[in-house]
Design a protein around this ligand. Structure first.
Ligand code: ADP
Length: 192
C-alpha cells in the first residue's frame, strides 16, 4: 500500500486484513509500539518520528525481516508505510526472494497535498474529541516535513515498481468505500 502520509494506506490495509486475511505490516505502528513500550528501539527512534524524519533503513528492514518470520505472514501480507526508500525496496526484494516470494502488486493512493494537510488536522481533532492523545507528528509543521520527506525519498519508488509493471494507481480522494472497491478490483484482476 503506497502513498503519502494521510493517503489512507492504514485504513485500506486494515480492510484487506479483514476481508482477505492478509496481515497489515505497518512499520509506523511497529515503531510507535516500540516507543510506547520504551524499548531500546523505541528510545532510539522516538525523536526521529516526532520530527517526521525517516528511521535508518537497516532499522526498519530489520523489524520487517523479523515480522516476516511470524507464521501469519506466510501466505501473504500488506506492507503499509514500507518500503519508504529505494534501498528499503531493494532490501525487501531480497527478503522476499530469499523466501521464494515477491511483491505482487503496488497500490498507489493518489491524494493532493492540500487535502493531506487537512486530513492530518482532522485526525488530531477527532482523536482529541474521542478523548485520545493525537499523534505527536500530526502537527502542521511536522506534517509538512513528512510530505517533503515523502516527495524526496519515497515518491521515486513509484518508478521503481512501475518498471516492474506492478503499480496500480487509485484515486485516494474518492469516498473510502470507492477506494476499497477499486483496490479489490485490482487485486482480483491480479489473481486472475
Ligand atoms: P504516515 O504514513 O502517515 O507518515 P506512518 O505511521 O507510516 O505514518 O509513519 C510514521 C513515522 O514512522 C514516519 O514519519 C517515520 O518517522 C517512521 N517510519 C515508518 N515507516 C518507516 C520506514 N519504512 N522507514 C523509515 N521510517 C519509517
Amino acid at each position: 500500500m503506497f502513498g503519502p502520509p494521510g493517503a489512507g494506506k492504514g485504513t485500506q490495509a486494515k480492510v484487506l486484513q479483514e476481508t482477505r486475511g492478509l496481515p497489515q505490516l505497518s512499520t509506523g505502528d511497529m515503531l510507535r509500539a516500540a516507543i510506547a513500550a520504551k524499548s531500546p528501539l523505541g528510545q532510539k527512534v522516538e525523536a526521529i518520528l516526532a520530527k517526521g524524519d525517516l528511521v535508518p533503513d537497516e532499522t526498519v528492514v530489520g523489524i520487517i525481516n523479523e515480522r516476516l518470520n511470524k507464521p501469519d505472514a506466510a501466505k501473504g501480507a500488506v506492507f503499509d508505510g514500507f518500503p519508504r526508500t529505494i534501498p528499503q525496496a531493494e532490501a525487501l526484494d531480497r527478503l522476499m526472494a530469499s523466501r521464494g516470494k515477491q511483491i505482487d502488486l503496488v497500490i498507489e493512493l493518489k491524494v493532493d497535498e492540500a487535502v493531506l494537510l487537512g486530513r492530518a488536522e482532522q485526525r488530531v481533532k477527532e482523536t482529541v474529541a474521542a478523548g485520545g492523545t493525537p499523534r505527536p507528528d500530526d502537527t502542521p509543521e511536522t506534517v509538512r516535513n513528512r510530505l517533503d520527506v515523502y516527495r524526496r525519498n519515497t515518491a521515486p519508488l513509484v518508478a521503481y515498481y512501475a518498471k516492474q509493471g506492478k503499480v496500480v494507481t487509485v484515486n485516494g480522494m474518492a469516498p473510502i468505500a470507492d477506494v476499497t472497491a477499486a483496490i479489490a478490483r485490482a487485486l482480483d484482476a491480479k489473481a486472475r
